[in-house]
Write a protein that binds this ligand. Structure first.
Ligand code: AMP
Ligand code: GLY
Length: 439
């Protein structure tokens, strides 16, 4: 039987999922609020709809006779889109609303870790009364991360001693209209991501990735959804040991053991600290950009994972190409605070291939995100526009591909973090961890 897969979501992450499924023997349909030209090009059909509306998504899934569904964005999970599709008999790789709380409710997430003794949980307290939270800030001996409990697209967290002072933290709490916040110990170290496919109580982990959330080079500026990311040719990153990677996978496994019935991707955001691996957060889906690092090197057929998950079978063992990847997002000038939309996108598949041609054994891939396809071209919107991923034997070669492909972006109303994946930045990370470990 040929499977018909409905993909929900229209960003760079979903373009990566679409490409992985386009390589499989599946009929692919997609739906999202924006028409992603990269996804539309590989799908049999693309419907523009509100992907947080469970009825609209399910109606489309039934129209195309979907036999499977994959959900990319967290907002759709929070809205119960997986519940509605599952109820309609369409197995959905993505957790139901209740299980997605591991991401969508940070207070729940921390309490869950504590209750189930999941390793790597920082000290934390949750507050509904902002004045009580301010008192805690005053009394706490050390720096804190201030985290709204709900979804904020990666932009709601403030860390004292890093981005803001304790006085500013209190102002932030008082001026916010957050219903609940988590205040937790500031973790110091290097961040990394490990994502795993999860179904039927089993977990299959993928290589570690490092994302760069700050808007500007040198990790300056406000937090964003992620400006770019890299992975190495093996499972761990250059600043990590195999044991560090395994410690992170053990955290994911403990989480899956405690979360009954979880299905989809479980994403762990970790901090490698002097005291070992700690959990910054969990997400209930692939990372964006991290999916663009992981899926291009996945040799295992993604469709086989989905079918095994649905059939209640053991998930296939994963195999990855021994290649490093560097992903760089092009974002509109002024992003994330005052983004200027409307620039024409001049980078295309051909120009990316040309950039990769200079690197032996290398490949360049263009992933579209929030762009607007018009009859005369592709234009930027106010969110991340598109990404280029370099795939090569080393991080340095992968970086060259991604950066060369984006060389002209600065003159095109776009901004790129040219430092992501460079030898200098990777070395800084290695030195940072060595310093933490020597203290
Ligand atoms: P989140 O929305 O939970 O991904 O947080 C966004 C960013 O805030 C993370 O990627 C970290 O850089 C930072 N962050 C979150 N929690 C902590 C923490 N406990 N200590 C230090 N930084 C944190
Ligand atoms: N790259 C961070 C995220 O997807 O949440």
């Amino acid at each position: 039987m040929v499977e018909t897969v409905l993909l929900v979501g229209g960003g760079g992450r979903e373009h990566a999922i679409a490409r992985a499924l386009a390589d499989s023997d599946a009929d692919l349909y997609a739906c999202a609020g924006n028409r992603n030209p990269g996804i539309a090009a590989v799908a049999e059909g693309f419907e523009t709809l509100d992907s947080t509306n469970p009825t609209a998504v399910t109606t489309y899934a039934q129209e195309v006779d979907a036999t499977l569904a994959v959900i990319g964005p967290e907002a759709a999970l929070e809205a119960g889109v997986a519940d509605a599709l599952d109820d309609a008999g369409i197995y959905t790789f993505g957790p139901q609303e209740e299980e997605a709380r591991i991401e969508t409710d940070k207070a729940f997430q921390r309490r869950f870790m504590k209750e189930h003794d999941v390793p790597g949980c920082p000290d934390f307290e949750t507050f509904e009364d902002m004045e009580a939270a301010c008192e805690y800030v005053d009394d706490y001996d050390g720096d804190l991360a201030i985290k709204p409990a709900g979804l904020t697209g990666g932009k709601g967290v403030r860390v004292t001693g890093d981005q803001i002072t304790k006085e500013e933290a209190k102002e932030y709490l008082r001026e916010s209209d957050y219903e609940r916040v988590v205040l937790e110990e500031r973790l110091i170290g290097e961040e990394f991501t490990v994502q795993a496919f999860v179904a039927n109580g089993e977990l299959r982990a993928t290589p570690a990735v490092q994302d760069h959330k700050r808007a500007y080079e040198g990790d300056e500026g406000p937090n964003t959804g992620g400006m770019g990311s890299y992975s190495d040719a093996g499972l761990e990153l250059p600043f990590m040991s195999e044991d560090d990677y395994m410690e992170a996978v053990d955290v994911l496994r403990a989480t899956v053991d405690a979360l009954e019935g979880y299905k989809g991707v479980l994403y762990g955001q970790f901090m490698l600290t002097a005291e070992g691996v700690k959990v910054v957060e969990f997400n209930a889906r692939f990372g964006d950009p991290e999916a663009m690092n992981t899926l291009p090197v996945l040799n295992t057929d993604f469709l086989d994972v989905l079918v095994a998950a649905r059939e209640g079978d053991s998930l296939p063992k994963l195999s990855f190409a021994p290649k490093a990847t560097v992903c760089k997002y092009a974002v509109p000038d002024g992003y994330p605070t005052d983004p200027e939309a409307g620039a024409e996108v001049a980078v295309d598949d051909e120009s990316v291939d040309e950039a990769a041609a200079g690197v032996e054994g290398g490949e360049g891939i263009l992933y579209y995100a929030s762009v607007d396809e018009r009859s005369d071209g592709i234009y930027t919107t106010t969110s991340r526009s598109f990404a280029v991923v370099g795939v090569a034997d080393t991080i340095a070669d992968a970086e060259t591909i991604a950066d060369d492909a984006l060389a002209g972006a600065g003159e095109q109303g776009l901004r790129v973090r040219h430092d992501i994946g460079t030898a200098d930045l990777v070395q800084q990370r290695i030195d940072h961890v060595a310093e933490l470990r020597s203290d």
